[in-house]
Write a protein that binds this ligand. Structure first.
Ligand SMILES: [Ca+2]
Ligand SMILES: [Ca+2]
Length: 325
């Protein structure tokens, strides 16, 4: 019985993947249309992909139903690095194109946009990020620099920097005064050397913040430094044991708190609640990458996906460049 449900989940995920890729391929064709340099052959492709788009939209709804049904049957809804949908699809033929695609989890890192939520510094996320910087033996002022970059004012924090610092650089530029849109923008931060940037980016991401509590990380996909930063009570050795060589598979946060390595350290309910504000066991943010081979040409397209509470996913935006560094 367990096997059968597992296979259904695999099929459901594979089907969703395929449909997301078809949807992305269709929108890529629209790009080509508006880029104007159309040949007859391309018009032919555009026509075909419009047909595929309508076809895929219907199928996407159908796939969403299957996934929702699958989640209902699944009991606890959780995700880990061993989930089948992480395997992707290689070389799937669709009409006159060959599609390949992969999904990458994005809530396996700290979202620096959580530092400022609706214009206000989020103290819980600031404390988390400071613990992370300490663990990585990096300058705590990086947190202030990021907050000043996002916040709307021109008043620098003690370790921060506002426009007057950046305007004195060559070439001169200004702070964003809004959330980071792409991870590479972090390289613009004052005082962050290329080496610091390379050291930091495996642990941070930039996601849109829709929720008043910010985005949550998935404890099943966090590396040891990110686990350790969840609370001062988590020692290095505990973080390593929680990570389980990247194969953590906690079905709930209760499971996480009851793990033998932390059951005493994280016994206190107030500690548990602090961690629950930062993390849970679900993957909600994903990058979809599609490679489309059409008549000898290869196109790549990326999309940011947000998974709903029911398990299905919607496209937040599409991009011609990777969302990852
Ligand atoms: Ca500012
Ligand atoms: Ca400021």
């Amino acid at each position: 019985m367990v096997m059968r449900l597992g296979n259904q989940k695999n099929r459901g995920m594979a089907l969703l993947m395929a449909l997301v890729m078809v949807a992305i391929a269709s929108s890529l064709a629209a790009y080509i249309w508006y880029e104007s340099q159309l040949s007859i052959a391309r018009i032919h492709n555009v026509k075909q992909s419009y047909q595929a788009k309508h076809y895929s939209q219907g199928l996407l709804l159908w796939a969403s139903d299957i996934l929702r049904e699958d989640y209902n049957q699944d009991g606890p809804q959780y995700d880990s690095n061993t989930d089948p949908w992480l395997q992707g699809i290689q070389g799937m033929p669709v009409e006159d194109a060959i599609l390949s695609g992969s999904l990458t989890s994005l809530d396996n890192k700290f979202n620096v946009n959580n530092l400022v939520i609706k214009g206000v510094v989020s103290e819980a996320h600031l404390q988390y990020f400071r613990r992370l910087l300490s663990t990585l033996e990096m300058d705590l002022a990086i947190a202030d620099k990021i907050i000043d970059w996002i916040d709307a004012d021109q008043i620098p924090l003690p370790g921060g920097a506002e426009d007057f610092i950046y305007m004195a650089k060559t070439p001169a530029y200004k702070t964003g005064s809004k959330h980071f849109q792409h991870i590479r923008e972090l390289a613009l931060l004052d005082g962050l050397s290329p080496e610091d940037y390379q050291k930091l980016i495996p642990y941070v991401t930039v996601l849109p913040v829709f929720d008043a509590n910010g985005t949550k990380m998935n404890v099943n996909t966090l590396s040891p430094p990110l686990l350790k930063a969840l609370h001062l009570a988590i020692a290095n050795e505990m973080a390593l044991q929680l990570n389980q060589n990247n194969a953590a598979n906690f079905q709930s946060m209760n499971d996480f708190f009851q793990h033998k390595s932390v059951q005493y350290a994280l016994f206190d309910t107030s500690i548990q609640n602090e961690i629950r504000d930062l993390a849970d066991v679900q993957t909600r943010w994903l990058q979809a990458e599609a490679t489309i081979q059409m008549e000898g040409q290869v196109f790549q397209m990326y999309a940011l996906l947000k998974r709903n509470i029911t398990g299905d996913a919607r496209v937040i935006y599409r991009s011609l460049t990777p969302l990852l560094p």
